[in-house]
Write a protein that binds this ligand. Structure first.
Ligand code: TXA
Ligand code: MG
Length: 336
């Protein structure tokens, strides 16, 4: 199969709808990352999603709908604060986990009694969701464990030959996956941090907690236990007070005839000497560049030398969650 990258227009939407209703997959843009979409009510389509990604079958999927879709077809809304969150942040980079009504395939939820639902705030995605007018199950459109894609080309590099169509909606503006929020309790619980931060949720609901994974309890967001977002090159992650050590590693790798590249924010860049991939200054800017730069890094570097970020923004929590899963901490015993 030859994978086609298509601009979003009447023809590509028509083709995509046919594919979706025939239980085939279509990659779609969202404002966070690209998704690998399939008909959420079809066991076969959902099976194809897990196969194309090589995704563990205990990691449930998010269902995407357009902004006028009746969510109560899919889920029970247990608390009135949920409506306040929907009004405030949906469409947007927020996914709500709610008790489901059994409308979508059981394999979407991996047998859980809850379903994760999201309304993306991306015009092309909304056009697509409205055109198909069915719930679309979509994980990030990368091969499992690899860095999530933020351009159609990134999707192509991972999934060429496995799907027929990638709808090209440009570079994703948000850059990290949506905040996953469990709203089945009186106080909402963040299962995965993202651009809708705890502060933003507190402002609407009055309270918000972070999930505590002690290891012994059931993992409430199954995806969080897996290795994630990893680029294909070697990586070494440093604290912000370890810049001299990072520089030492850079120089050592260079002297071996290999290619080191720094991945850092603009604030520390002047303290480092060598080739750099710059992430930007603000938390949002860094989030929006993170995966793009990781994916550029794996192409040009033998070793990506990353520096932790600290902008003072709450968005840092989401960014650091990704960065520390994507890059291994520096280990002086490793042969870089
Ligand atoms: O921004 C996003 O959320 C992107 C775009 C494509 O929408 N999607 C995405 O999907 O990141 P994925 O499959 O890569 O991550 C879904 C996360 C996983 O951590 C999964 O465990 C969690 O959501 N999740 C899904 N359903 C859940 C449920 N019922 N309960 C708890 N966590 C759930
Ligand atoms: Mg993912």
């Amino acid at each position: 199969m030859n994978t086609k990258i298509l601009k979003i227009n009447d023809n590509s939407l028509k083709l995509s709808k046919n594919l979706i209703l025939n239980e085939e997959l279509v990659a779609i843009p969202t404002e966070t990352v690209y998704g690998l979409g399939g008909l959420a009510t079809s066991d076969l389509a959902v099976k194809k999603i897990f196969e194309a990604k090589g995704r563990p079958n205990d990691n449930p999927l998010i269902v995407h709908v357009h902004k006028d879709y009746d969510l109560t077809k899919l889920v029970h809304v247990d608390f009135s604060y949920v409506y306040d969150l929907i009004n405030a942040y949906m469409p947007g980079p927020l996914t709500l986990v709610m008790r489901h009504k059994g409308f979508v395939s059981r394999s979407v939820t991996c047998g859980l009694d809850t379903l994760a639902v999201r309304i993306p705030d991306h015009e092309g995605c909304q056009q697509f969701l409205r055109y198909v007018d069915v719930p679309i199950a979509a994980p990030s459109a990368n091969v499992s464990k690899h860095t999530s894609p933020v351009t159609a080309e990134h999707v192509y590099n991972d999934l060429n030959g496995k799907i027929e169509v990638i709808l090209d909606g440009g570079k994703c503006s948000g850059g990290i996956e949506s905040t996953v929020l469990d709203v089945t309790k009186p106080v909402p619980v963040i299962l995965r941090s993202g651009l809708v931060t705890a502060e933003m949720i507190k402002r609407v609901v009055g309270a918000c907690e972070y999930v505590q994974n002690t290891g012994s309890e059931v993992v409430r967001s199954p995806g969080m236990k897996y290795v994630h977002y990893t680029p294909k090159c070697k990586t070494a992650l440093f604290e912000r007070n370890e810049l001299p050590l990072a520089q030492e590693l850079y120089d050592k790798i260079l002297s071996k005839g290999k290619v080191p590249v720094f991945l850092c924010d603009d604030k520390v860049s002047h303290k480092l000497c060598g080739e750099k991939l710059l992430l930007g200054i603000s938390g949002e800017e860094i989030a929006s560049n993170l995966y793009d730069k990781l994916l550029e890094g794996e192409k040009i570097a033998d070793v990506l030398i990353a520096i932790k970020i600290d902008t003072g923004s709450e968005v840092d929590i989401g960014v650091m969650n990704r960065l520390s899963k994507a890059c291994k901490p520096f280990n002086e015993n490793e042969d870089y």
